[in-house]
Write a protein that binds this ligand. Structure first.
Ligand code: PRX
Length: 642
């Protein structure tokens, strides 16, 4: 039989724009449907989009059950922890059994379709069981990053109002154990909402005080439901699969809400067209389940594609014997014959500090490409890893909101050259525009800097709305460019003469620390809650290793601190401890510096951008509106003093 000639990416992209219904119906065949959809795309009420209306499916069915007959005994989930030395492979059949045990346990605790289950877990296999179990029974999971502390957790508990919380005794990072249970107990004291039950995995890392009538052990429930058979609930394509919190301009995190059918189709399509992957192969994403990359490309994407997925707990520089070993990831690539690997530039910068011979030590011949996302990929880092691995390094740009890459290259459709410094070209389904921030006018010339925006309808897999807050979704994302209803990414970009985009950083107060997205307002809120602080500004400052770090400038209530170095150091330490306790160490500023005032406009608006420029040694820009120029000089002096 003669195969049809391969389609060029240009033709593929064009088809997604001009015949979206036919295009996405074709992609929808990559997953299994219990009931076929009757309408591909309902965009009657912009900017809200309903994909595959009338259809019924299930994410867990597509991730596990559908693979049982063809590859039931093949590896599905490979869990490796260099923190505990545990390494275990679950076949699709074993994963099926574990997920049903978890699903039955959640049901026993009262969870029903549509109920929320908040998952606050380290990178243990049980976290993936819990996510998949929720998908199986139609519960909405809300995974909260394990690096967050009580304050962040409490606000998410109140927003999600979960019926059950799934957690563990502790996480571990670089050999340092962080007990999660006391953080969770604190969060539950702070929150107004109380869950009916807490289901705990005891890893034997930290003692746990169980609250009678509320706290239950997974080991007990698992034994009771060892032979549980819990069929998948068939869900409407538009049913909510999960929410995941992300930061924005205000201090209040947004619950990004996703559907079921559109997400499943988007992931299946991206595994094929972008990640060029096939069933039976192994995928390794080094992210965490607490981030969107973990949702899309540790848990759901690879499993939907019938691949084994590696879930790794530990640092990139630590071996299974807990000794320093910068080759651990490459040893996993060799051992499990990884074909596609996904990481972040910050991790590569860490690895670059290790012995370069480590890249030669392992057989990496299975690897076809390394995908990097989450922050700009600088050219030296990109070149170093591409030359070391001798495989294409593929930058891809996306957001928690989009769920899957919107700028990259789709080598599964057609081999397309990458350009260093550019994540690539628009992916199928995305109408990417560059707009003038002030006028909203479309910028079509090469190298013109504008806001990266999307015209609706947004493709499958894209966020449906902000959980419980349609108005905030519309106002935040779709009404911030003058005169146009377009989705604002809040990133600056330019496009070159070949149509490749370059991302130039955020237009809002979001910073990116080691690939972790953080709102400076959240950090400011935590710091200004300290009784010794009158006022504070937090900015992101360029950092060679982490991309950016947070730096705080605080006005102390007691001005004598400014001339008392030991007292200032003590207050700085105390403020950092407060941020650790509220938000988690990931949000801790690298320094807190004390000043008499903050740079503001005459109308009182804080000029964070001017502070940031000064911190980075750049020109502070137009300061005609600045109320008191002396305060910027004070910041310069502070920085000069070290
Ligand atoms: O500023 C962009 C940056 O990270 C933000 C999204 O972060 P998050 O919601 O955590 O999602 C990460 C998903 C990979 C974006 O608004 N960003 C992400 N990828 C890139 C990037 N900046 C430059 N290049 C990238 N490849």
């Amino acid at each position: 039989m003669k195969l049809p000639p391969p389609e060029s990416y240009q033709a593929f992209y064009k088809r997604s724009m001009t015949e979206p219904d036919a295009f996405w119906s074709e992609q929808a065949e990559l997953i299994e449907w219990h009931k076929p959809f009757s309408r591909v795309c309902n965009y009657d009420n912009p900017p809200f989009v309903h994909w595959f209306e009338g259809g019924q499916t299930n994410l867990c069915h597509n991730a596990i059950d559908r693979h049982l007959s063809a590859r039931g005994d093949q590896a599905a989930l490979i869990h490796v922890s260099s923190e505990t030395g545990l390494e275990k492979t679950y076949s699709f059949r074993e994963l099926h059994a574990e997920v049903q045990r978890m699903a039955a346990s959640l049901r026993e605790l009262g969870v029903q379709k549509g109920d929320r289950v908040l998952i606050y877990m380290p990178m243990v296999a049980e976290a993936a069981f819990a996510m998949l179990a929720c998908a199986r029974i139609g519960a909405v999971h809300c995974v909260v990053f394990g690096g967050f502390a009580s304050g962040s957790l409490a606000s998410r508990i109140d927003d999600a109002t979960p019926k059950v919380i799934v957690s563990a005794d502790a996480g571990s990072r670089g050999g340092k154990v962080t007990p999660y249970k006391p953080l969770l107990d604190d969060a539950l004291r702070l929150s107004s909402h109380k869950p009916d039950a807490v289901l705990l995995t005891d890893r034997g890392l930290a003692p746990m005080q169980l609250v009678a009538g509320r706290d239950r052990l997974w080991s007990d429930l698992r034994t009771r439901h060892l032979h549980a058979q819990v069929p998948c609930e068939w869900l409407d394509s538009t049913a909510i699969s999960y929410t995941i919190y992300t930061s924005g301009t205000t201090g209040k995190p947004k619950g990004v809400q996703r559907d079921t059918g559109g997400y499943a189709v988007a992931l299946a399509a991206s595994m094929k067209h972008i990640f060029d992957s096939r069933a039976g192969e192994t995928y390794f994403s080094t992210s965490d389940i607490g981030w969107v990359v973990g949702h899309s490309y540790i848990v759901y994407g690879p499993l939907i594609a019938g691949m084994a997925t590696i879930m790794y707990e530990g640092l990139p520089t630590q071996g299974m014997d807990r000794q320093p070993d910068g080759g651990i990831w490459w040893s996993l690539v060799e051992k499990y014959r990884v074909t596609a690997m996904f990481s972040a530039p910050t991790a590569v910068r860490v690895l670059r500090k290790q012995d370069p011979a480590l890249l030669q030590k392992y057989d990496l011949s299975s690897l076809r490409a390394l995908y990097l996302a989450g922050e700009p990929l600088d050219e030296p880092t990109g070149r170093w890893i591409a030359e070391g691995l001798k495989v294409p390094v593929i930058d891809n740009y996306w957001q928690t909101e989009t769920g899957w890459p919107l700028l990259t290259v789709a080598n599964g459709v057609e081999q397309t050259p990458s350009k260093f410094g550019s994540p690539g070209i628009p992916m199928y389904g995305y109408r990417v525009k560059l707009l003038h921030e002030g006028t909203g006018e479309e910028l079509t010339g090469a190298h013109e800097k504008g806001v990266v925006a999307l015209e609706g309808p947004t493709p499958p897999g894209f966020m449906q709305t902000i959980w419980k807050d349609d108005a905030r979704f519309v106002n935040t994302y779709w009404k911030s460019v003058p005169g146009k209803m377009v989705y604002n990414t809040f990133d600056w970009g330019i496009r070159d003469e070949d149509g490749y985009f370059f991302i130039l950083g955020r237009t809002d107060d979001v910073i990116n620390v080691a690939g972790h997205r953080m709102g400076t307002r959240e950090i400011e809120e935590s710091i200004s809650g300290h009784p010794g602080v009158a006022e504070v500004a937090v900015v992101g400052v360029a950092d060679a290793l982490k991309g950016q770090v947070a730096m705080a400038f605080a006005v102390p209530r007691d001005a004598s601190i400014l001339s008392d170095a030991p007292a200032a150091r003590a207050l700085e330490g105390d403020i950092m401890k407060r941020v650790d306790g509220d938000l988690g160490a990931v949000a801790r500023p690298s320094r807190v510096r004390f000043v008499t005032g903050l740079p503001k406009t005459r109308s009182g608006k804080l000029l964070r951008r001017a502070i940031q420029a000064v911190c980075e040694g750049r020109d502070a820009g137009d300061l005609t509106t600045l109320d008191d120029p002396a305060v910027l000089q004070q910041i310069r002096d502070q920085l000069a003093a070290g």
